[in-house]
Ligand binder design. Structure first.
Ligand SMILES: N[C@@H](CCC(=O)N[C@@H](CS)C(=O)NCC(=O)O)C(=O)O
Length: 206
């Protein structure tokens, strides 16, 4: 059985848990806060959550875990069978993660821990986020899912990465990151009803 290490409060932990549920893979959750201590760095070399343990091996990074799960349990497929279409889904995932969420994370110290972020950083983040959102929007299909008719990995990143980024933007600027992006909001709403995501979100409060 796969072990999933981390905490339910983490969006990447939640995303990975949703993927495990979606794939119907047996797993157990092991509560482990992120840490820079050696025993956690063995699981996850940057000391971040989540990590999984499968086949006696530790694996970190949500994209690497998603890739492993896709090979391990191909059905339901979260990447299109067509090679280029699958690559386009991964392209969208990269932009969601690197050009929106990772940018918004620079606001996290103030949004979550009351450690002020400089006005300079806030201005730079705002500019970079606007650029990242335009990139994401350009790739979004949204009929009805992020990459078209089929639920893909991009929908899970849309829900969890943009969910996190939206929270940061609301907390720091008092604005709605998705205000101008009705199609993306539609996918967010759809994924909020998606059974694996619903289970993850419900169990957070359990
Ligand atoms: N690139 C990683 C990011 C994981 C990540 O940022 N995890 C956060 C929680 S959502 C974490 O462990 N933060 C603690 C830290 O940075 O020390 C992934 O995709 O899995």
């Amino acid at each position: 059985m796969i072990k999933l290490y981390g905490l339910r409060m983490s969006n990447y932990y939640s995303l990975t848990k949703a993927l495990l549920i979606e794939k119907g893979v047996d797993f157990e959750e092991v509560k482990r806060p992120p840490s820079q201590k050696e025993d956690f760095l063995m699981l996850s070399p940057m000391g971040k959550m989540p990590a999984i343990e499968a086949e006696g091996v530790y694996l970190s990074e949500s994209i690497a875990i998603a890739t492993y799960l896709e090979s391990l349990q191909p059905k339901p497929a979260l990447l299109p069978a067509n090679t280029m279409q699958a690559a386009k889904v991964m392209e969208l995932v990269c932009h969601l993660k690197l050009d929106v969420e990772l940018v918004a994370r620079r606001l996290l110290p103030e949004a979550l821990f009351k450690q002020p972020v400089s006005e300079e950083t806030k201005a730079a983040v705002k500019t970079d986020l606007a650029k990242g959102m335009k990139a994401v929007d350009r790739l979004f299909v949204g009929t009805p899912y992020a990459a078209g008719e089929q639920v893909t990995l991009a929908d899970f990143y849309t829900f969890y990465s943009l969910g996190m980024a939206s929270g940061m933007v609301r907390a720091i600027y008092g604005e709605d990151l998705l205000a101008e992006y009705a199609t993306i909001r539609g996918v967010q709403a759809l994924m909020a009803q998606h059974p694996s995501v619903q289970r993850v979100e419900t169990e957070k409060t359990a």
